[in-house]
Ligand binder design. Structure first.
Ligand SMILES: [Ca+2]
Length: 392
């Protein structure tokens, strides 16, 4: 894209094109000025094309498209699925969206939502955009997978394509409190798990032959087990590492580096601590790489490893936050070698104690990652979108 056009788009989108800042303190700069959303839960950039565009997902089931024109970001309805989405319970609704890696050619969009009715049923579904991503054909829905939810909370619901072009899906333990039916450790349910599907290999999906349980031992869709309520996971754009935040019960919020076939402990452990003291063990269970207790927040929201250019001091840090306190942390690796290595064992990596980047922010429902790898924050209650910027 020509530089003047990029600058114009930056101006109308309210982006800062300032020189990189080696900041030690950070702030939130409003994005899409004048545009507020109703309980936004996800921000996704459209793939690189003729125009810069973003999608903002609202929990009740509307997805907006924002694209620049001469008057600023132009907001239009991408799709309105409120009629088929149940968003009554706090943790239900339209919870995830992912664009197929070949979206510009095939227009495929994957959505994750709880369907209208009770008890809740989670749906992973494919839709098609037939106009280059301006709108989504709501009649094009094809179900990929459904999962009955025994309780109304802990629906997880995040979906994302990995660098391996497989679709990853995070499901919570089914809800209630304490995982009363032990779903997190039950290999025969998709509740409390991270899944990995090949949506190109067959309809509606194929099991990737290199899935850890493709040959048995658990449901073959499962990639990782022992999760309570994974709320956002992401892939590092440099080394492909898979970072996942798992919401805790009453005490510990956790950040995990996920590897194939691993068990992240719930409901035997909460964070790096015993949850069920009688059954507690550590053998075969992976503790989080970072945790915080409920003096510092109430519910973790996973973010991204920062790989942008505007904030060089933040490069390589995993950025995450808390829904209640609005605190945003950065988890910095001890060794640069770790963050560059591809295919190495992330479990061997070590990190400095988490640093507070922003003491008190909004009710963070999600982080967003731009095409340029800059990071954004969604304010669930206030309906705003912010960009993380440097303060000096
Ligand atoms: Ca855990």
């Amino acid at each position: 894209m020509r530089r003047w056009l990029a600058a114009l788009i930056g101006l109308v989108l309210g982006l800062s094109l300032a020189a990189p800042v080696r900041a030690e303190s950070y702030a939130l700069a409003p994005m899409f000025k004048g545009h507020e959303f109703d309980k936004p839960v996800l921000l996704l950039p459209a793939p690189p094309d003729k125009v810069v565009a973003w999608y903002v997902v609202e929990q009740e089931g509307v997805i907006w498209r924002l694209a620049p024109d001469e008057n600023g970001p132009h907001q239009t309805v991408f799709v309105d699925l409120r009629a088929r989405i149940e968003s009554g319970p706090n943790e239900a609704g339209l919870l995830g969206m992912a664009l197929h890696p070949n979206f510009l050619e095939n227009g495929r969009v994957y959505l994750s939502y709880t369907a209208k009715g009770s008890p809740l049923v989670s749906h992973i579904a494919m839709f098609v955009s037939r106009d280059g991503g301006r709108t989504l054909d709501e009649t094009s829905e094809t179900t990929v997978l459904t999962l009955d939810q025994p309780y109304s909370n802990h629906n997880g619901g995040h979906i994302a394509f990995g660098p391996d072009r497989k679709l990853y899906i995070g499901f919570g333990d089914g809800g209630s409190g304490g995982d009363p039916k032990g779903f997190g450790q039950n290999p025969n349910t998709l509740l409390g798990k991270l899944l990995r599907l090949d949506v190109d290999g067959a309809a509606p999906y194929a099991i990737p032959p290199d899935n850890p349980f493709a040959m048995g031992g658990a449901r073959p869709e499962i990639y990782a087990t022992g999760l309570r309520n994974p709320w956002r996971f992401s892939f590092d754009r440099v080394n492909g590492a898979l970072w996942l935040a798992d919401v805790g019960q009453n005490e510990w919020e956790e950040i995990n580096l996920v590897t194939a076939g691993s068990n992240y402990g719930w409901n035997i452990r909460e964070g790096a601590h015993c949850f069920d003291a009688d059954a507690c063990r550590t053998e075969g269970l992976i503790d989080p790489v970072a945790e915080y207790d409920h003096d510092e927040g109430c519910s973790v929201t996973g973010g991204f490893v920062y790989r942008g250019r505007a904030l060089p001091a933040l490069w390589g840090a995993y950025v995450y936050g808390d829904y209640c306190s609005g605190t945003i942390w950065g988890l910095f690796p001890k060794s640069d070698a770790d963050v560059f290595s591809t295919g190495a064992n992330p479990r061997a990596w070590s990190f400095e104690p988490p640093r507070v980047l922003i003491e008190r922010g909004p009710n963070i429902s999600s982080f967003g990652e731009g095409l340029d790898s800059e990071l954004y924050v969604l304010d669930h209650q206030g309906g705003r979108v912010f960009r993380i910027v440097g303060e000096k």
